[in-house]
Design a protein around this ligand. Sequence first.
Ligand code: GLU
Length: 516
Amino acid sequence: MENRRVRLRFAPSPTGGLHMGGVRTALFSYLFAKKHNGDFILRIEDTDQTRYVKGAEEYIIESLKWCGIEPNEGVGFGDGPYAPYRQSERKELGIYKKYSDQLIASGYAYYAFDTSDELDAMRKRLEAAKVVAPQYNSVSRQNMRNSLTLSEDEVKKLLDAGTPYVVRLKVPRNEEIRFHDIIRGWVVVNSTQVDDKVLLKSDGMPTYHLAHIVDDIEMEISHAVRGEEWLPSAPSHVLIYRYLGLEDKMPLLAHLPLILKPDGNGKLSKRDKSGIPMFPIDWYDERTGEKYVGYRETGFFPEAFVNMLGMLGWNPGTTQEIFSLQELISAFSFERVNKSGAKFDPEKTKWFNQQYLRMKSDAELAKLFAPILEEKLKGTVELQHRGSDYLQGVCKLVKEKAHFVSEFWDAGNYFFIAPTSYDADVIKKRWNDQSASFIKAVAESFKSLNTFTASETELTFKAIAETQGIGAGQVMQLFRVCLSGVGGGPMLFEMVELLGKDEVVKRLETATNSIK
Ligand code: GLU
């Protein structure tokens, strides 16, 4: 194990859109693989044809691409030496059947011919006998129709006649099963609690239990990282490796903690109502007609989403919160993944986006804002032909209070369209003959300013206030409303400078003429 090449796989089933919990599993696997110069593989586990959802595979690939956590081998990312990477195609290689046959031949698995009616009857029988968790196991199997209870002749006859069967793992009675989990430490389970898992279904398809083990062996996977929901079946998996005589091939296991609802009450669901998306990108489930919005479409930056996910259940052991993907790779270890569930925090999620928004240059933000602006200004006569410097200037001012670029328009549309109405509360409170003549005086003085900068205009503004015996603070907000129509916004005189002399004077004159 020590000298094994580090190879981790992300192995989703294409049964729907990839929930952010799934993306986190991919992320942690990716981080660990990259940190150890290993491989990160995408394997599609599509053996359950009844749960197959069209478009899910493409969705998974696109989501990983958007997040920037790209596998170096696997479906959608170029075949490596272990192709194919889709289990339905791997079945054609005969590998699942081969391993299943080996388990049967060595007496660790058996054929079970029970019909669904017979399985129902068994469940009812056990329930009537007050068995807490009725299951097909080392005790109940003795009363069922399988190759352990039937004679060899009967079994042969049934098989020859093409009777449907499944292959089940023969779990021993009352044996201790121990395994190590990198996150949880040693786990000990008594085999009495472990059912005889189906390995091969009647349609010849392997179940997850058999298929992922065969593939992890064949693909030389070193670490299997997956959600906590798989922990209860891990003992069965340990037995399968043991019975195949391949315990040394077993990947190290890491079961990630659940992601909990914001109030900590239960598992986060894809229908969470916190207002923050649960899916990386928009997902539309054709089968159910359900639509889910994505982080991407909501305006989250992939770096912010990934950073947030990285901190969900993992901590660096320091107070640092902002991590680039590269920094996450360097800092990551499974030892610092918590055992207990991680609470999802919608506010913190927005906070992450805000941090990344602030880190962007004004030029980058202007590029992102431009298409929104174009859409908003389409067909308006007020469309102002200002240069890209102006747009960057707007971004610089409005980004301070925003979490998303999409908020820029609401926060600063007046940079592009002069106000036609004015905040009624402010007007009611502050507009009177004195203030009106103050604003007129400001407009007049601004006209003669040669350098129209924030500091010059502020000095002029304050000087006039002083001459007129008005406290500058008293007219500041009114002045702002005259320029923008609204009572709040970015730094006032920065805004004045950006709007420019002509526009400011025009707006002040319009305001004094129209406000009654
Ligand atoms: N196909 C399984 C799932 O989607 C993968 C679990 C694993 O990673 O082993 O949950």
